[in-house]
Design a protein around this ligand. Sequence first.
Ligand SMILES: C[S@@+](CC[C@H](N)C(=O)[O-])C[C@H]1O[C@@H](n2cnc3c(N)ncnc32)[C@H](O)[C@@H]1O
Ligand SMILES: Nc1nc2[nH]cc(C(=O)O)c2c(=O)[nH]1
Ligand code: SF4
Ligand SMILES: [Mg+2]
Length: 242
Amino acid sequence: MNKFPVLEIFGPTIQGEGMVVGRKTMFVRTAGCDYSCAWCDSAFTWDGSAKEDIERLTSEEIVAHLIEEGGSQFDHVTISGGNPALLKNLHELIEPLHEEGIEVALETQGSRWQDWFLDIDDLTISPKPPSSKMDTNWMVLDDILFRLREGSRLSHTSLKVVIFNQEDLGYAEEVHQRYPEVPFFLQVGNDDLEENESSSLASHLLTQYEWLIDQVVASSRLNRVRVLPQVHALVWGNKRGV
Ligand SMILES: C[S@@+](CC[C@H](N)C(=O)[O-])C[C@H]1O[C@@H](n2cnc3c(N)ncnc32)[C@H](O)[C@@H]1O
Ligand SMILES: Nc1nc2[nH]cc(C(=O)O)c2c(=O)[nH]1
Ligand code: SF4
Ligand SMILES: [Mg+2]
């Protein structure tokens, strides 16, 4: 039985971001990432600070934890990380969830392909803009979107780019222009990961949201797009496990 490195199982909560924002869901957060984004809000998944909390669980154990936490109050599970696309056997978790009538979403940055992407109900690919200090491998991203198109999965897929500055907006325009048929989301970057007061963070993020809306409104290269904040950050601030 394969084991998966899991850092958090929590919910039910709402999906705070992107294509199914507001959807009631459980979260499974896996450990390990091939990136190290400058502003990662989940750095504990890869920077060693939570390595004692990593549990190695089989898919059966993960499903049992989900039911323990969520009871019968959920029918949707979001897998995030870290980069869950590092895990080549994740279909072992997706299949039993589908058999229970549970939909499965995935958050990944588009640096690795896995065949089980074709089974994800809500697949969010979030390539990283210059402010992250990461480089996009366009050959890999092209290949991922090609395979999803060939597999008729684009209606289950979205692109989501986090924006911190003007340069990031230029990057977002480039991504949207390269894959115009893929639903496209721009997300407010949270640049205050140390703020403990959720009302202060919310008012700051709403100011950033207004700035982002203004920028997108003014761009002729960003028309068929959606602009969103991280709803969970507005409601709960920088709290973990929500
Ligand atoms: C923590 S990542 C995990 C999944 C995957 N590694 C990825 O980056 O897509 C989940 C989502 O949070 C976004 N994110 C991370 N840090 C953020 C921040 N400071 N502000 C806004 N969004 C952030 C990422 O861009 C990604 O879309
Ligand atoms: N509520 C809530 N929504 C989210 N959407 C993406 C998240 C993530 O960290 O991947 C996340 C998260 O951590 N919480
Ligand atoms: S790719 Fe995702 S998890 Fe990895 S460092 Fe960047 S935001 Fe964090
Ligand atoms: Mg998050």
